[in-house]
Design a protein around this ligand. Structure first.
Ligand SMILES: Nc1ncnc2c1ncn2[C@@H]1O[C@H](COP(=O)(O)OP(=O)(O)OP(=O)(O)O)[C@@H](O)[C@H]1O
Length: 447
């Protein structure tokens, strides 16, 4: 009888032939053969979702390959992973480029080309969310509808959402996909009423194959928008179109979210994403460093990963900071350089300690501007970008409402603040200078 390692290796080869790389990473790499006793092959998997998927879609192959190799009937048994087990280091999957047609359609759907399954590192806190995302992207509208991701800031909810979009476009290049934040949905809706274009608004949102709505906690308090979203949801759902939503908390914890929406969101699957453990954080940094062609020793990556333990956006910011520091000083990246670069990252100030005025003053100092210009109406780029950054930081680092922030910037409308926030968020994804400047300002403000 061939031993378990040999059988598993053969099985891996078989699965590699029939699964896409993201599927292989999600299902096969996350599973572990435990024992082969009396023809029972026990396999450990990370979650119930994995178990169900294996039983439904992958187990038959085990029986087939098992028979081929042993001449006997091998029966797979799936058990759930022991919570206390240390995660294993996995090699980085090879990054693959998206085909051109997918790139074009992704752009149309406002998907960030960096947020794919290939660039996503699977760890304990997100493996179930990743697996659910993959199922939905392979078979949209069929299994988990809606799919609802919830969890803290900067943990990869948006990334997974976009990855679903890219993957669906890879399988179905003409699929109609729309990604919006809940605020953009609300704005589009309000504009459609003002401009009497409600019909085309409806047509736009109700004809997609996949609707991705980010941060739906901002639906709270928006009665009319919720009403409209309810109808959008119903139309898409009834036609078997996939809906994916994210929020920082569960639907029933979102204040003032209509009960009928809460109950509809519960029809599908809600999965939380929790902060990554140290190994996952190191793997994320390593992947990022590899993608940017940076040479960083392992102990330095561990050091950086040890400094920031809850928010991946900040973890990436720390890497950018270390990189900038090395470039500025003309040195290679090392642990002592990283320690110098990050030494001002002290525990964050409480949100309540920071005021909009303090943010405005620091932004003015940083960009050598007058406060009256920052709060004024001048539209030159050298003022507009700092103004947008100051609005962005006021939104991110304080608990002030959008109208209050708008008011503090010379009586601007709250939609201007939303626009500024979205603009800077986009630039943070693509523009290293803005990443560096916003990172430095954040450090000044919270240290
Ligand atoms: N598992 C992961 N692997 C690689 N990169 C990740 C992972 N999780 C998050 N990131 C990166 O961290 C950053 C923040 O992620 P993302 O914007 O998806 O977070 P989020 O949960 O949507 O946050 P928010 O609540 O602020 O909207 C992104 O640059 C994303 O690519």
């Amino acid at each position: 009888m061939p031993n378990i390692d040999y059988i598993w290796k053969e099985l891996e080869d078989d699965y590699r032939k029939i699964l896409t790389p993201p599927s292989f990473n999600a299902w096969i790499e996350q599973a572990k053969p435990i024992s082969l006793v009396n023809n029972l092959l026990t396999i450990e998997v990370p979650s119930n979702l994995h178990k169900e998927y294996w039983e439904k879609n992958l187990a038959a192959k085990i029986v087939e390959t098992g028979f081929k190799l042993t001449g006997e009937e091998v029966t797979p048994v799936f058990i759930l992973e022991n919570e206390k087990k240390e995660p294993e280091k996995k090699p980085d999957p090879i990054q693959s480029e998206l085909p051109d047609i997918v790139k074009q359609n992704s752009k149309k759907a406002l998907l960030n080309s960096k947020y794919t399954f290939d660039t996503f590192v699977i760890g304990k806190g997100n493996q179930m969310a990743h697996a659910a995302a993959l199922v939905v992207s392979e078979d949209p509208g069929a299994t988990y509808n809606p799919l609802f991701f919830y969890g803290g800031v900067g943990l990869g909810k948006t990334h997974l959402m976009h990855a679903i979009g890219h993957q669906m476009l890879t399988n179905q290049p003409d699929a109609k996909i729309k990604y919006v934040t809940s605020e953009s949905f609300a704005n589009d809706f309000i504009n459609s009423i003002q401009n009497r274009t409600s019909e085309s608004f409806r047509q736009e949102y109700r004809s997609v194959d996949l609707l991705l709505v980010d941060d739906i906690q901002f639906f709270a308090d928006k009665e009319g928008t919720q009403e409209e979203f309810f109808h959008t949801f119903n139309t898409l759902y009834n036609e078997g179109r996939q809906i994916v939503l994210t929020s920082d908390r569960l639907p029933n914890e979102i204040p003032k979210l209509q009960e009928r929406l809460v109950s509809r969101f519960a029809w599908g699957l809600s999965v939380d994403i929790t902060p990554p453990d140290l190994e996952t954080r190191i793997a994320i940094l390593r992947k990022r460093a590899n993608a940017e062609g940076l040479e960083i020793p392992d102990d330095t990556l561990s050091y950086i990963a040890g400094q920031i333990d809850s928010n991946i956006r900040e973890l990436e910011g720390a890497l950018v900071r270390v990189q900038a520091y090395a470039t500025m000083n003309g040195n290679d990246i090392s642990t002592s350089l990283a320690a110098d670069a990050l030494k001002s990252l002290k525990p964050a100030k409480l949100k309540s300690e920071l005021s909009i005025l303090l943010i405005q003053e620091e932004v003015c100092k940083y960009y050598h501007l007058q406060l009256k210009d920052l709060k004024g109406k001048k539209r030159v780029k050298s003022i507009v970008v700092p103004r947008q950054i100051a609005m962005y930081l006021s939104r991110e680092l304080t608990d002030n409402s959008l109208p209050k922030i708008g008011a503090e910037f010379g009586g601007k409308d709250h939609t201007t603040v939303i626009h500024a926030h979205e603009k800077i968020q986009q630039l943070l994804d693509n523009d290293p200078t803005i990443q560096k400047e916003v990172g430095e300002l954040k450090n000044i403000l919270i240290s």
